[in-house]
Design a protein around this ligand. Sequence first.
Ligand code: NAD
Length: 373
Amino acid sequence: MVGGGEGSFIGAAHRIAARLDDRFELVAGALSSDPARALASGVALGLPGDRCYGGFEQMVACEAQRQGGAEVVAILTPNHLHAPVATACLQHGLDVICEKPLAISLAEAEALVRLSATKRCLFAVTHTYAGYPAIRHARELVASGALGDLRVVQVEYAQDWLATDLEQTGHKQAGWRTDPDRAGPAGALGDIGTHAFHLLCYVSGLAVEEICAEVHTFVPGRQLDDHVQAMLRLQGGARGMLWASQVASGEHNALRLRLYGSRASIRFDQEVPDMLWFAPLGEPAQCLRRGALNSESAAAATRLPPGHPEGWYEALAQLYRDFAELWHARAEGRVAPPWALATPQLHDGRQGLAFIDAVLRSHSAGQRWVRLK
Ligand code: NAD
């Protein structure tokens, strides 16, 4: 694990998710930018002192050549380090589970794609929401043609935790997310816009071809955007909108997706993740509940019987379970099951950077339509 030490947000979540299905063990870490904290964090987690590293370069080099060394590296640092750490891992033949956004520029993402093509490494990008059974089921429903031809797609991701200048108070997570040196050129756009974009493409199965977008900063003094609104033209003629904001007062983690086809629509709200609404044209809407979803991919992502709530940890755990399945399939020379192949991978991460690039190009050109690269 690189990043994810004491005081970090996503580190503990990854440790829980990795262990939920008993497929991973934490064996080494470069858990913090501060070597003393990296050591203290590792020891507190039960790692031996000689496998608590002060820097990721040292960790990757030592673990790659160590007998019984780490096999997979989870990258949980602020965004600017994703590509450097992932590059070091690939160069040493280590598999990667990387947080989003994959990199801080499209060029960096493409360099990773090129490097990866020369290796036999697995590379997952943790777009957590793709792990929900309801989302896997929605994806299968769309692919089965149950919605007819997709016409309109709407996705929004609204939060309010950056509605004030939290970064000025010493808040660690707000600090780097509003700092272009560590977050990259995109604020809310990179932090949550990429999740919304991924979910839309993941469930619809459609590529976004053109974007017309505006980014905006509401909080005075903030260096990066805290709001993005975009119109989308998709493959096959569908039209859509994407809104992501971290200044939407009263909203917490409101990631919502609606897809409208010629025969039916679906609606998903991340804050109620056990439910998927399916509304056929001219018929009453049906609330499809987790545990009673009949698709193979939803069943493979379900751990508890209906009525026992599952949630965000399980969604992240699903990405780890997918990854473990891919890993064993590769080791055994067999094809992995479709549900495991549905996990977000390097290409999805690269598309996230293409999305950021297109939004920023459109905005700088005075909100003109631009094609995604
Ligand atoms: P954080 O600030 O809480 O944690 C970052 C960690 O990285 C800290 O432990 C810090 O010490 C460590 N770090 C910094 N520089 C390092 C270095 N050189 N070597 C080793 N460790 C270093 O941030 P966070 O909120 O946990 O976010 C981390 C990443 O996870 C970001 O890329 C973010 O976009 C992503 N994230 C994803 C989700 C999701 O739903 N998938 C949710 C939250 C965050």
